[in-house]
Structure formats: structure tokens, C-alpha cells
Design a protein around this ligand. Structure first.
Ligand SMILES: [Zn+2]
Length: 165
């Protein structure tokens, strides 16, 4: 998959045009989500006190405000419930159409539906009921300063793609 990036910025870092989360654990309390993605696992948080599962992952339970959360795995396959193709008003780093899907992870999943960007599917091909799967890809790294040293923090992000028939 082509990286979503701006050619004249190749090799440079522009914080104002950075479309991706800062994932390094020094700056992000849900960094475990990205670490799990690197292993191909799609995860979220579950409250140890009241059992509430929240997606996207949280640092505090939205139900009881406890910060005692654990990581649980979600299915990495699902079925398209609704698909939306955006041809206009697409953010600067993306080529239209931007395809999003409301994905049904199945009745046994702790989170029934999620919204995700779709990749590796030509426009106007995805339809309700199609099987889709998690795909993890590299996104541009960014520099972070740690103990007076600048290091490059590698990053990943996820989307879903059609399961090949
Ligand atoms: Zn809770």
C-alpha cells in the first residue's frame, strides 16, 4: 500500500501536517494498542472494576471512571454493515475516494461494531455483507527527543481490507 504522505516532505518532518497519532509510550498512554497492532492483534480496553469494554481504547473507564483497565483482543475479521465513499472534502494527505466502513465484528465480539478506514479495495466494489480483515501498515516515523537525544519513533496504523475470495 502506498504511504499517505506529501512528496515534498519526503525525509522531513512537519508536526502541523502529521496525520497520525504520536504512539511512543513516553507520550501516549494507549501505546499498548499500537504495540499490539505490530503483532497483528486488534485490541481495546476492558475495565477491571465494572467490566465495561470501550472502543477506542481508553485510559479511564467511561462508566465508573476507574483507571484499572486491561487489554482484550477483538476479532480481526468482520462484515461490512455500511460503507461510505467520500469523494470531496478529503484531508490533504489522502487521495479520494476515502472509503470508510461500519464493520460488524460478530455477536460474540465484546465490541459489536467499529468504524474503520478501508484500504486495498477499488471504489464502488465494497458492499454490505462483504468479509473484511484487519491490515496493519507502516506510517511515517517521527522524531522525539528523549534525554537530550533525538530518536526516530517508528509508527504503524491500521485499516480493514476485503478478504480475498
Ligand atoms: Zn468501569
Amino acid at each position: 500500500m502506498a504511504k499517505a504522505w506529501i512528496p515534498f516532505l519526503e525525509g522531513r518532518y512537519s508536526p502541523t501536517l502529521d496525520m497520525w497519532p504520536i504512539e511512543a509510550k513516553e507520550f501516549n498512554r494507549i501505546y499498548k494498542f499500537y504495540e499490539n497492532l505490530r503483532e497483528g492483534k486488534f485490541t481495546t480496553t476492558k475495565c477491571k472494576k465494572c467490566g465495561r469494554v470501550a472502543y477506542p481504547p481508553r485510559v479511564i473507564c467511561p462508566e465508573c471512571y476507574s483507571d484499572e483497565l486491561e487489554w482484550i483482543e477483538l476479532p480481526n475479521k468482520g462484515k461490512v454493515a455500511v460503507v461510505v465513499e467520500k469523494w470531496g472534502g478529503v484531508p490533504i494527505c489522502y487521495e479520494p475516494p476515502l472509503i470508510d466502513a461500519w464493520i460488524d465484528l460478530g455477536k460474540d465480539s465484546p465490541v459489536r461494531h467499529i468504524l474503520s478506514r478501508m484500504v486495498n479495495c477499488p471504489p464502488e466494489t465494497l458492499k454490505e455483507g462483504d468479509e473484511v480483515q484487519l491490515v496493519v501498515f507502516d506510517v511515517p516515523a517521527h522524531p522525539i527527543e528523549l534525554k537530550k537525544e533525538t530518536i526516530t519513533a517508528e509508527r504503524v496504523f491500521f485499516a480493514f481490507e476485503p478478504v480475498k475470495k
